[in-house]
Design a protein around this ligand. Structure first.
Ligand code: PEP
Length: 255
């Protein structure tokens, strides 16, 4: 068990926030604050901000991601964006299976798997989100839910392709609510997800896998969460919209 074997990644998920001028101001403030980071730094932004983000992060250590992609290469899917379209414009990462997509837009484990497949085929890196609802935690089935979501999402993914996937454990009850999983709860589920990877791909692949925690991670609680053995970074919503807060989390992951 060695945290040194994997790279911490702090990824911002801006959700449906920031106009282009606002995005420009945020990235310009953020870039110098995270320039010395010893962890990966990613900002996942609305489609309308992708070009702005790509232009402003060129030559910096900040990578750019989208917040979703469709599974088809092209076709009659009004309002959707394909993985190929993202890759062609230079986007490197894509968030797939975020709980807000599952909750509000009918995303299922099967469509998550299809999107993962499409993203990998297009050469994108995937931030795959899994996590239980509050009722599921209360029923004591958190590990079963997270294991099942992970297994289905990774169907047909090879060990080589796994290197382009980060898993983000995001308990749904902790997203945008201000309720954070305790560091021990996060560590426990992240460890369980690593165990699933070990069963599917072997111990070496599991030890190399970046498993983030997401859910109200902020400048105050990041250090404790990130100190845990199985917490290899974070997927950050609200706190990624403030350059200073996001930079503090990046600094905590760089220790
Ligand atoms: C998220 O959007 O993935 C997230 C974790 O949001 P927040 O940090 O606001 O809870």
């Amino acid at each position: 068990m060695n945290k040194e074997l994997r790279r911490a990644v702090i990824a911002g998920n801006w959700k449906m926030n920031k106009t282009r001028p606002e995005a420009k101001a945020l990235i310009e403030e953020l870039a110098p604050l995270v320039a010395q980071a010893k962890c990966g730094v990613v900002i996942c932004v609305p489609y309308t901000n992708l070009q702005t983000a790509l232009d402003l992060t060129a030559g910096t250590n900040i990578k750019v991601g989208a917040e979703n992609c469709h599974w088809a290469k092209s076709g009659a899917f009004t309002g959707e964006i394909s993985a190929e379209m993202l890759a062609e414009m230079g986007v490197e990462y894509v968030v797939i299976g975020h709980s807000e997509r599952r909750q509000y837009f009918g995303e299922t484990d099967v469509t998550v798997n299809q999107r993962v497949r499409a993203a990998l085929d297009a050469g994108l890196k995937v931030i795959l989100c899994v996590g239980e609802l509050l009722e599921q935690r209360e029923q004591g089935i958190t590990e079963e839910i997270c294991s099942m979501q992970t297994k289905i999402a990774l169907g047909g993914v090879s060990e080589e392709e796994l290197k382009n996937i980060i898993i983000a454990y995001e308990p749904v009850w902790a997203i945008g609510t201000g309720k954070t999983a305790t560091a021990d709860q996060a560590n426990e589920v992240n460890g369980c997800i690593r165990g699933v990877i070990a069963k599917l791909y072997g111990e070496a692949a599991a030890q190399a896998m970046t498993v983030q925690y997401g859910g109200s991670m902020n400048a105050k609680n990041a250090e404790e969460l990130l100190s845990k053995e199985h917490v290899d970074g974070g997927l950050i919503g609200g706190a990624s919209l403030k350059a200073q807060d996001f930079a503090t989390i990046v600094a905590a992951a760089s220790k």
